[in-house]
Design a protein around this ligand. Structure first.
Ligand SMILES: Cc1ncc(COP(=O)(O)O)c(C=O)c1O
Length: 411
């Protein structure tokens, strides 16, 4: 890592590991307009993804929504194939949702958790999921256990092992990467433990799909959910889930929709095979087509090169930020992810965020109210989050490090 703090902003050289950053910028209209570090919120889409959405809306304008969907049925089917290919799943194991939260809620509700069942969750859990799980704990007498972290910040595998060995049947729910730091949970080891104890394993991969290389068979999760708008660079209002073919047959949606079931006689119905039993008829078809294109682009880039590139770049950015007096990097050491969180002494995260925004650097402030089991437990009120993607180049990282240096000096 080259640092030139004495002579001005540090530089974070972009050494593409199989990623052509210039080409990524050329196909991302938003890239030159600002220093965008919010892939973990909503990433900048490519022009091709946006064009596919617009083209479909134009087709709906001319033909009508149902007719347009019929005409593009092959493109919608491609979404399942691409999503399955990205995760090493089968297309029948994929369900499309409007968000990761809808996906997880739908799958958890289908588990019909009740008395004496145990829900073991990681401290990395996302706020909306935590709120749902806490409601289940309160209203259905489900035992909710927040598994402690090991000293490095990830879930304590020994504590998880002990919890899994105790009491009744368990469901384990973990976020691969949280909203509040660059932490990466040991998802393969968690999978091995859940299999050993016969528990069910639900993985929130909202921040890791199209960011890290993922293989649901290697991880051994029963279900996984993710969203479109983050590292996948797909339109807002899209998401999908994986439900393994062994698991799906045991799940009954609480409110089957015409898309997921057939009403066979006056008081009977049959659920569709596979994960599509969780889907709803109504959806943004344009959004789904955009999701399919974004998935195709993620596959073409390759998850291995994407991960290597993003993790390397984020590591160099953390090192540069850590060299600025008054800045504290808040991620666990050597976090292998593209999410970088930090605080600046004497300023709130919102103040840093606002001062970065006037310098055309886009980050977000993540408050403890979005991550009580993580930030709240660490006693951190809020962090500034800078999340990178393949369109971020030297000019971006230099602008961020330079702006944070100036802001920190002005305190
Ligand atoms: C770790 C994590 N899980 C889940 C979500 C929720 O995703 P969605 O808004 O698509 O429901 C987020 C959103 O920031 C997240 O960071």
């Amino acid at each position: 890592m080259e640092s030139s703090l004495e002579s001005g902003p540090a530089t974070v050289p972009v050494q593409a590991v199989g990623i052509d950053v210039a080409a990524e910028r050329a196909r991302t209209p938003g890239a030159p307009l600002a220093h965008h570090f919010n892939a973990a919120g909503a990433a900048l889409p490519t022009e091709t993804v946006v064009q596919a959405v617009v083209d479909h809306l134009r087709l709906e304008e001319r033909n009508g929504g149902y007719e347009a969907a019929n005409a593009r049925a092959d493109q919608v089917e491609a979404v399942y194939r691409n999503a399955a290919a990205l995760l090493n799943a089968e297309p029948a194991e994929i369900a499309l949702f409007d968000s990761a939260s809808t996906g997880l809620r739908t799958i958890i509700e289908a588990l019909r958790l009740g008395r004496r069942q145990r829900l073991l969750v990681s401290r990395s859990s996302y706020v909306s999921h935590a709120l749902h799980l806490m409601s289940l704990g309160r209203e259905r007498d489900v035992e909710l256990v927040v598994v402690p972290n090991a000293p490095g910040g990830a879930i304590d595998l020994e504590a998880l092992d002990r919890e899994l060995a105790t009491g009744g049947p368990a469901v384990v729910c973990v976020a691969h990467i949280p909203t509040s730091s660059g932490l990466v949970e040991p998802v393969v080891e968690i999978g091995a433990l859940t299999r050993l104890h016969g528990a069910r394993y639900l993985l929130d991969a909202t921040q890791s799909v199209a960011h890290l290389a993922l293989d649901v068979r290697a991880i051994g999760c029963d279900a996984l959910v993710t969203t479109g708008r983050k590292f996948l660079r797909a339109p807002r209002g899209t998401g999908f889930g994986y439900v393994s073919k062994d698991f799906v047959a045991s799940l009954t949606p609480t409110a089957p929709d015409v898309r997921g079931a057939v009403w066979t006689a006056s008081k009977s119905w049959e659920l569709k095979d596979g994960a599509r039993r969780f889907e709803t008829w109504e959806a943004s078809i344009a959004g789904r087509i955009g999701l399919g294109v974004a998935l195709g682009e993620a596959l073409a880039l390759g998850s291995g090169p994407t991960e290597a590139h993003l993790v390397g770049l984020a590591g160099r950015l953390r090192a540069a930020l850590a060299g600025i007096p008054a800045v504290t990097v808040q991620d666990p050491p050597d976090s292998p992810s593209a999410i970088v969180t930090f605080t600046v002494g004497g300023l709130t995260a919102s103040q840093v965020n606002e001062r970065l925004a006037v310098r055309n650097v886009r980050t977000v402030s993540v408050p403890a109210t979005h991550a009580q089991w993580d930030l709240g437990a660490r006693g951190v009120e809020a962090v500034v989050r800078a999340s990178l993607h393949v369109y971020n180049d030297d000019s971006d990282t230099m602008a961020l490090v330079g702006a944070v240096t100036e802001i920190a000096q002005g305190v």
